[in-house]
Each structure stands twice: as C-alpha cells, then as structure tokens.
Design a protein around this ligand. Structure first.
Ligand code: ME8
Length: 537
C-alpha cells in the first residue's frame, strides 16, 4: 500500500459549451500529472484523477428550450460530448462526475444541512449586479470596474434583488488569511496567490441560493433542504463535486485533494469560497473530521489563438474539431505534446499558432526524439544486427544528462511543473544528438575492419545513446503514451508493470537496455511536417 494517495481534479465544465482547447487543456494537464504520479507510485489506486461536467446552470434550461428538449436531455447530450472529447484526448480520468447524478446531489444536500446546523447559513436579502453569462453576482466595486458588463464575456450586467440564503464567508476571513500565510503553496502560481491576497479583505457573506419562481429556468437545480422555494446556487453545488465523488468509504482516503487544476477565471471560487466552505463543513460535525483543505489550487493562464483572445463573439475558439484535425494529420500525441509543453502553465497566456505547432513538432518530435531514435536504432541494426551492444564503463555526456532524472521528476511534480520534466526529456535528446555529432559513430564504424577494438567503442557509444533515449521516452510517456509505447515495442523495453519511475529512469539501472536485447528500427514515430502546408482545419 502506498503511504500517500494523490487526488487530482479539473474544473467541471458547463455543459452548455462545446468542448474546446481550454477544457481539453486543463483535463490534459490533470491527465499528464496523474500519469506521472502513477509512474512514480505504481501501487494500484494510489492516484485518483477526476474530471466532469457542471449541469445546473440557467443556460442549460434556455438552450434546452431552444432545442425542444428537457434540461436533463440537453445536459445528457452535451455531457456525452465532453466525455467523447476527453476519451479522444486519451484522458486517463478515474471518474467523470456529472452534477445531475444522484450520488452528487444527495451529498450536496447533506453538506448544506450540516452547514445550516452549524449556523453558517442564514436567510437574507441580496442586491447585486448579476452576470448572467457567468452565473455570478459582482460586487458594486467589481461591477463598476468592469463598466457594468461581464469582465469575462462582455454581456451587460443586470441589477437584481432577491431573498437568498447566505453563507457566512465573513466569519472565515481570519482563518483563510492564516491558512495562506502558513501554506505559501496553497495557491499557485505566485502571481495568482498575490492576486487573491490583495482581495482577501472585508469579505462579505455570499448568497448561496436562488429563488424558485414560475420561470422554468429557476426550477433547474438542487432544491434547498426543507425549502422548496429556493435552489442551491450552481457554483456552490459545483464546488462540492470534488468532495462528493470521494466521500464514500472506499474513496475517503483520497481527500484532501492534492491539486485542483483550474484557470484564472475561476480562481476566487477555488481559492477563497471553497476553502471557507470546507472549513465550515469540517467544524460542523465530527464525521467531517477528514475534510481538510486541498494541498494546492493551481490556476493556469489562458490559451489565445494566433495572438487573439478566444471568444464566442469572435467565433475563434480552437474547437475539439480543430484539435481532431491536427491529430488526424500529426497524430494525437503530437497534439498532446504541443498543448502540454506550450500551454499556459504559469501566469502568462499561451498562443495556439499553426506556425508554432509545426516548429515545435519538427524540432522536438520529428527531428527530435523521432529522428534520434531512428538514427540510433538504424546503426544498431546495421553494425550489430539489431542486438543492443554493451554499454561499457564510459561516463558519457548523455549519461550525465540523465543523472538523477527520477529525483528531478519528483521535485518538478512537487511544484506542479510538468514543463520541467518535458524540457528535461528534450534536453536529453539534444544531448544524444550532440554526442553522435561529436563521436561520429558512422565514421568509427568504417575503421572497425582495420581495428577490431573500435567495435567496442562503437558499441558503447550506441548503447549509451539508446539508453539515454529510453530514459527520455519514459519522461515523455505521460504526454505521449501511445507513441512511446510504439517505441518501447520496437526496442523491447516496455516498462514492467509496477516498475517505479525512479528505477525506470536510472541510467544502466535495473530497467536498462541489456546487452543482446533486440532493438528494431520500427516505423517512423513522426513524419516531418511541411511548414508551408496550410493548417489542417
Ligand atoms: O467555469 N484557456 O466552467 P467552464 C485555458 N463550471 N483554459 C480555459 C480557457 C482558455 N481560453 N477557457 C476555458 C466553469 N478554460 C465552472 C467550473 S468548477 C467547480 C466549476 C478551462 O466550462 C479552464 O480550466 O466555463 C477554466 O477554468 C475552465 O475551462 C472553465 O470552464
């Protein structure tokens, strides 16, 4: 049994939208991180990865009516689109939560009851600026700053007053501040943490319900316990998904979440409201003693397209269809690689540009690991009949490039930095190329007839290269599981099930290529792309 479980989540996405690059990216970030953790600790069930859909938004009712179906039918149809999109992306989530499922709804009611019992929920009047496109109220200051239009979508805000149940957020300000002070890594990256800290003052209580009227829109959602005239505000319902999914006897061990991956748009809900709800729940009843705060909320920046913000009005989202067209031409793993290595981790937006895609594809994949693996396996086939030569004792530059790869991955994952791992893999491949250019094994091969001792040197060079490529392939495998499996099959080095990453990445270690082991050239992993060719979609 592993000592610690890892629990990774993504936002649950509004079912009203069609899946696009933003949704696919955050789920991919969760997927790649989960795959790294499963490699680090292969104990079955030690990592749990969750994604899903948020279905009680008002927009669902409006769109369902426009399509002549019920809200539930509309949610079913669109949730299926998200499931298909993430299956296409080869996401390895362990569960897919839909907030219309009974397992979730019953837990939300239980949590709300517990908060009521504790006295953290009361009935009051709320007046505010409502952003219908985001299903959220803005304070007077925030609304003014945004010129009374939605800061996210530009839709005009509407002033509304309603009777609402309120959550006593104000009561948690001091404890939240204290938590931020004691856990500097709670909100990442640093820029986002500072943004939250800058606003963490004079917190007001927040409405957590909406009145139910004759309007069918107002009837969609989870009803407040013991009050059929109110439903739970969609955001409160949604946040609880992270807990409801694992609040079972078999899964409670996964809580607290290791990381909630989100983007900057929904930072406040995750960094302030969610932890306050959890603190309140924790204190409400001894049975919620396990409800500690998540270890980290990682809020990445945005994808933009060809330098422009993506928006509905511009109609320029990189849709799932665009990603599928790229995958059809370059392979799904190339798309995964581009998104994960060039994506908006950190605080700076990332640009989805065709030219950049082709540049990265050629540099790191076709001319990178693809060409490097094919060069080395070619030479092993040609000079050694496809049988791995002995690695020798030489401490080569490629050996040095792989030093402590396992330790470096562990450190990178602690700071949620998958870029550091993919960059390490790219650096190892560059080092192999440089080493081949330095040592010129193809020239050395020509001297073997006159000088048989040179064959050992030649063998050692090629075995060092192959071993370094094997380690790079392990580091690339969470991002490109299918392509790396193809390479491992050709090289007969598929990692044994249960082999942990640290030993898989040890140079000449227990899982290294052994002398005599068959290495076949296999099919090219990546064909070179023509930069002049028009984008595929
Ligand atoms: O906010 N770049 O759902 P949502 C990168 N249901 N990521 C992007 C992006 C972009 N341009 N656009 C969207 C909701 N995303 C709520 C969440 S969670 C308890 C409830 C991704 O469908 C990113 O992860 O609007 C962002 O946070 C999320 O989609 C918002 O998805």
């Amino acid at each position: 049994m592993s000592e610690r479980t890892v629990y990774i989540t993504t936002p649950i996405y509004y079912v009203n939208d069609r899946p696009h690059i933003g949704h696919c990216y955050t789920t991919l970030l969760g997927d790649v991180t989960a795959r790294f953790h499963r490699l680090m600790d292969p104990t079955p069930g030690s990592t749990f990865f969750l994604t899903g859909t948020d279905e009680h938004a008002d927009k669902v009712v409006t769109s369902a009516a426009a399509h002549g179906v019920t809200p539930q039918q509309w949610a079913d149809r669109n949730a299926a689109e998200f499931e298909k999109a993430f299956a296409f992306m080869n996401s390895s989530h362990d569960d897919f939560i839909r907030t219309t499922q009974d397992r979730h709804k019953s837990k939300v009611l239980e949590y709300i009851r517990a908060l009521q019992k504790r006295g953290d929920i009361y009935l009051g009047d709320y007046t505010g600026w409502f952003d219908a496109s985001q299903e959220e109220y803005l304070t007077e200051t925030a609304a003014k700053e945004a010129n009374y239009v939605s800061p996210v979508t530009g839709v005009p805000l509407v002033k509304k007053t309603e009777k609402n149940y309120f959550f006593k957020l104000s009561a948690y300000e001091a404890r939240l501040k204290d938590h931020f002070a004691k856990h500097p890594g709670f909100v990442q990256p640093e820029a986002r943490r500072n943004e939250v800290l800058g606003r963490l003052n004079e917190l007001r209580d927040i409405p957590i319900s909406r009145a139910i009227t004759d309007d069918p829109t107002s009837q969609w959602g989870i009803k407040m316990p013991d009050d059929p005239t109110h439903r739970i505000y969609v955001w409160i319902d949604a946040l609880f998904n992270y807990l409801s999914v694992v609040d079972t006897d078999a899964r409670r061990k996964y809580w607290p979440a290791s990381v909630h991956f989100i983007a900057k748009d929904i930072l406040w809900f995750h960094a302030v409201i969610w932890p306050a709800l959890l603190m309140a729940l924790h204190d409400s009843d001894a049975k919620y003693g396990f409800v500690q705060l998540p270890t980290a909320v990682y809020s990445h920046a945005y994808w933009v397209r060809e330098g422009r913000k993506m928006s509905k009005s511009l109609g320029n989202f990189v849709s799932i269809e665009v990603l599928q067209a790229y995958a059809a031409r370059y392979g799904l793993d190339a798309v995964r690689w581009y998104l994960i290595t060039q994506g908006p981790q950190g605080a700076t937006d990332a640009d989805f540009s065709h030219a950049k895609f082709v540049e990265v594809y050629n540099a790191e994949l076709a001319n990178g690991i693809g060409n490097c693996a094919s060069r080395v396996s070619n030479m092993i086939e040609k000079y050694f009949g496809g049988s791995t030569p002995a690695i020798g004792a030489a401490s080569t530059r490629v050996h040095a490039a792989c030093a402590d790869a396992g330790g470096k991955v562990a450190t990178a994952l602690k700071s949620l930095d998958t870029h550091a791992v993919t960059s390490l893999a790219v650096a190892i491949i560059r080092e192999v190329d440089a080493y081949i250019n330095d040592t010129q094994p193809f020239k050395l091969a020509k001297t073997v007839d006159q000088n048989p001792a040179a064959k050992d040197d030649l063998g050692a060079i090629l075995a060092n290269c192959a071993e370094a490529i094997r380690i790079a392939s392990v580091l690339m495998s969470p991002a490109m599981p299918q392509k790396m499996a193809q390479l491992w099959q050709a090289w007969s080095c598929t990692p044994a099930p249960g082999a942990p990453l640290a030993s898989l990445c040890t140079f000449a270690g227990p899982h290294s290529l052994k002398p005599g082991q068959k290495i076949a050239k296999g099919d090219a992993l990546f064909m070179r792309a023509d930069p002049a060719e028009a984008p595929p979609a």
